[in-house]
Design a protein around this ligand. Structure first.
Ligand SMILES: [Zn+2]
Length: 256
């Protein structure tokens, strides 16, 4: 960890362009400003995200990838990886698990941010499945050389992440103060022009401010997550005498 719990490297895995910028862009901007290398990976390029009868899937996907790159630039994200599965049809396959494991082994993120697949209320199936596959990739798949051993031939070693932050959770237990980064978040979110349906910017900004205020519990502006951390011993391996994960409820009230 660098300062204030900021990881040195983070991987944000989500389903569609705009998911991350609407949900955790303040945290991303904050971490990037503190020297964290942040990488985005998208399972789809949002190729169903238009109500214009003249629009095609290929065209909207291209537009949305451009919007995502622009938003990532605003935040200081190092790279966006587009896995280009079909919007609305993300499946929990061995192939997708291998793709995410490969990204974890390539970028070596201390922290992975993804969708919480366990939310009880309505959730988009791409969010649910992207979150589940990413959790499985973090633990156990990326940690042992015996999973996807072909990655070793490409020089990609097994890697164990320290923690996951799950977005969109109904059991949030961790928050990040984004008071100084809300403007940057809104700037990034506004890059997703194709998704704004002609509504005025002020309307969105009010929603984003209200949401950040609500997540902070009335103390500034925040983004909230469900945090799952992994206990590791000095060799960087899982400590078998401890439960493999724990949820830090106490962190809910601790401002970052
Ligand atoms: Zn989405």
């Amino acid at each position: 960890m660098a300062q204030n719990g900021t990881p040195k490297t983070a991987l944000v895995v989500f389903a569609h362009p705009d998911d991350a910028d609407f949900s955790c862009a303040g945290t991303v901007a904050k971490w990037a400003s503190e020297g964290c290398e942040v990488y985005y990976a998208l399972t789809t390029s949002g190729d169903k995200g238009s109500h214009d009868p003249e629009m095609t899937s290929d065209r909207i996907a291209e537009i949305r990838e451009g919007e995502q790159r622009a938003a990532a630039n605003v935040l200081g994200v190092k790279e966006c990886v587009f896995l280009r599965h079909e919007d609305g049809f993300v499946e929990d396959t061995v192939e997708l698990r291998a793709e995410i494991v490969k990204l974890i082994r390539r970028f070596k993120p201390e922290t992975v941010i993804t969708w919480d697949p366990y939310r009880r209320s309505h959730n988009h199936r791409d969010h649910r499945i992207t979150g589940q596959v990413t959790i499985d990739a973090v633990y156990p798949l990326s940690r042992s050389h015996l999973y996807f051993p072909e990655h070793l031939e490409e020089g990609l070693e097994p890697f164990g992440c320290n923690e996951m932050l799950l977005i969109g959770s109904d059991q949030a237990n961790y928050k990040v103060d984004i008071s100084a980064f809300l403007e940057q978040k809104m700037e990034a979110a506004w890059c997703h022009t194709s998704q704004m349906r002609g509504r005025p910017r002020e309307e969105f900004e009010k929603q984003w401010r209200d949401r950040a205020r609500q997540m902070s519990g009335g103390r500034g502006m925040a983004e909230s997550f469900r945090r799952v951390s992994f206990r590791r011993d000095g060799r960087g391996q899982q400590n078998q005498s401890q439960p493999w994960w724990r949820v830090d409820k106490a962190l809910w009230n601790k401002r970052q």
